[in-house]
Design a protein around this ligand. Structure first.
Ligand SMILES: Cc1cc2nc3c(=O)[nH]c(=O)nc-3n(C[C@H](O)[C@H](O)[C@H](O)COP(=O)(O)OP(=O)(O)OC[C@H]3O[C@@H](n4cnc5c(N)ncnc54)[C@H](O)[C@@H]3O)c2cc1C
Length: 566
């Protein structure tokens, strides 16, 4: 049996940043990742990372406090203000650290780190490296992991947690190449498993981002927080849903309906226009489409043609490549057809400011975690920031926690967990009937778009929940899993589909219960924010009969909730 003092699951930005911290504390640390770390979804991030450097325009003074306030306002006052204060206060430091580690940020003519405007921020605050910011940041932390000799179990997939006396003591994972199940003991486990976008059909997320990222701890009693808050990005490319970064609008791109009109003036002030926060811009686009002002293929246009070739080639080269390769248009000359697409989960594994979950020895960081810095709506550029700020904090917390612990594997608990996963796989091998699991996956992804999309109402969501539960029943009758050992993607998919169903159910039950409109959770039947009854976080705890809900207060330290206007 393998053992490490700290075991990190996930080789994206959050996981790799946490690993550096633990290694620097001199503790034994390893990373488990189901894909090569450099292929993690973090590497797909385009637009940038926020910090109040104020490097661009003279006279536009930025400050940590302004960034903090924008984040809290953007969250529709559901963010825990102590958490978002940490996020925004540490931002400049984190950017300089990344720069000193070699991240090649784009530059101003004076040689300072360049910043572009993003939605929901009054100032250009988003540091970027062309439109491939995530890739460069990930490469930067990956190099540091190599420098610190961090052990990586690459193409190993974690299937379950091992616990003893309510504490986490390791994981069960599968070496994808051999198909062998292997238990790894640890005194602390950090989940940095990313988002779950693939529970929706119209997502911008990579195919690796499935419900498994959050369902593994959920199944053993760790609650999921604020699952009803799902971010829909305003601009995903027609048909494919590949992201068209907010940087397109940050660089001055327009949104136009079929009449050529810049329709955002109908929804926000003339000063803000395309740079409203994501929830509002996405709903505005969908409203145009729903009211017949979109194009016949159900899109509106993201128009960059007035920016000129030079700017597009320098600042948005990746966007141009994607448009040419996937739909055959060149945005230098033609507008880009877009629709909103599912992009990010504000909710996730319940943690405190240090990434500690309610389960001792188990921490989480990055998109899978709900530290609650983003509340009901995340600002663009704040998620990359969250992965590094809170990745570091979770690493530090775990490193301190394991300091005086025996370096000993809890053999019995690990064997029990191993046996549990062997039994699950055995059940999958036998099968329960003839249902095609991939049909269940597709039906779920479609119904999530239809029932739990940008506009929600009770009747629809209740139907959606019934549909999810029917799919769960059908999942019990799936065909036997493919029996091969080497790279058995079929087996991984069985786990992921099971996890998708449970994550979707947690979202559905949380969303039906919240009878108000806040941030991304827009209800046509309760279309006002209701601070008196709903200024609180939802917690969903797993039970075999379905999620059990409870609530937790929001931490308000400085900014009293006010009407959110842009
Ligand atoms: C297209 C796109 C563009 C974006 N652009 C921006 C942007 O410009 N600015 C911004 O702030 N945010 C952006 N975001 C959001 C941001 O990139 C993500 O929220 C963030 O990078 C997530 O990082 P992470 O480390 O939490 O997870 P990820 O980078 O997704 O990494 C997850 C890791 O977990 C591993 N893993 C998962 N499950 C298992 C398992 N069971 N066993 C083993 N390993 C597992 C995977 O192998 C992977 O290494 C964007 C997101 C997308 C999808």
């Amino acid at each position: 049996m393998l053992f490490h003092e700290v075991l990190i699951i996930g080789g994206g930005l959050a996981g790799l940043r946490a690993a550096i911290e633990v290694a620097e504390m001199g503790r034994d640390v390893a990373v488990v990742s189901k894909i090569h770390p450099m292929r993690s979804h973090s590497g797909e991030a385009q637009g940038g990372i926020n910090a109040s450097l104020a490097n661009v325009e003279k006279g536009k003074e930025d400050s940590k406090e302004k960034h903090w306030y924008d984040t809290v306002k953007g969250s529709d006052f559901l963010a825990d203000q102590d958490a978002s204060e940490i996020l925004t206060a540490q931002a400049p430091e984190v950017i300089f650290e990344m720069e000193h580690w070699g991240c090649p940020f784009s530059r101003t003519p004076e040689g300072k780190i360049a910043q572009r405007p993003f939605g929901g921020a009054g100032l250009p605050r988003t540091c970027y490296a062309a439109d491939k910011t995530g890739l460069y940041l990930l490469q930067t932390v990956w190099e540091q992991n190599i420098k610190h000799n961090v052990k990586v179990y690459e193409e190993w997939v974690v299937l379950g947690l091992a616990t003893e006396d309510g504490k986490c003591c390791g994981v069960v994972s599968m070496d994808f190449l051999s198909g062998e199940l292997i238990a790894i003991g640890a005194n602390a486990v950090i989940f940095a498993t990313g988002g779950i976008g693939r529970i929706y059909a119209n997502t911008t997320n990579a195919i690796t981002n499935t419900g498994l990222a959050i369902s593994i701890p959920y199944w053993v009693g760790v609650p999921l927080k604020d699952m009803e808050f799902i971010q829909f990005h305003p601009t995903s490319l027609a048909r494919t849903h590949i992201l068209m970064t907010e940087g397109c609008r940050g660089e001055g791109g327009y949104l136009r309906n079929k009449d050529g009109e810049r329709f955002m003036s109908r929804y926000v002030s003339e000063k803000v226009m395309e740079l409203g926060p994501r929830d509002i811009v996405a709903r505005s686009i969908q409203t145009e489409i729903n009211e017949g002002r979109g194009f016949p293929d159900g899109t509106v246009h993201l128009d960059l043609t007035h920016l000129g070739a030079k700017k597009i080639l320098e600042r948005l080269p990746g966007i141009r490549d994607i448009c040419m390769n996937f739909i055959g248009i060149d945005p230098i000359y033609e507008p880009i057809p877009i629709t909103p697409g599912m992009h990010y989960i504000m909710g996730g594994i319940e943690t405190d400011k240090d990434g500690q979950t309610p389960m001792e020895g188990f921490l989480a960081a990055g998109e899978c975690a709900c530290i609650s810095t983003h509340g009901a709506n995340r600002l663009g550029g704040n998620s990359l920031l969250e992965t590094v700020v809170f990745g570091e904090r979770a690493g530090k917390k775990a490193g301190e926690y394991v300091k005086d612990k025996d370096k000993k594997t809890k053999t019995k608990a690990l064997e029990d967990a191993l046996k549990r996963e062997q039994d699950t796989i055995e059940k999958f091998r036998k099968g329960g009937g003839e249902e095609n699991p991939y049909k269940i996956k597709d039906e779920l992804a479609k119904l999530m778009v239809k029932r739990f999309g940008l506009f929600r109402q009770e009747k629809d969501m209740k139907t959606g929940l019934e549909e999810i539960r029917k799919l769960k029943e059908r999942f019990k009758k799936i065909r036997p899993v493919f029996g091969g050992k080497v790279f058995n993607l079929d087996l991984l998919s069985f786990y992921e589909i099971k996890a998708n169903l449970d994550a979707a159910e947690a979202e559905a039950v949380s969303a039906i219960a919240r009878k108000e409109t806040r941030g991304s959770h827009y209800r046509t039947d309760f279309n006002k924010r209701d601070d008196e009854n709903w200024l609180k976080h939802t917690l969903a705890t797993y039970t075999p009969e379905g999620p059990k809900l409870s609530y937790k207060p929001v931490t308000i330290t400085k900014f009293q909730p006010e009407v959110r206007k842009y």
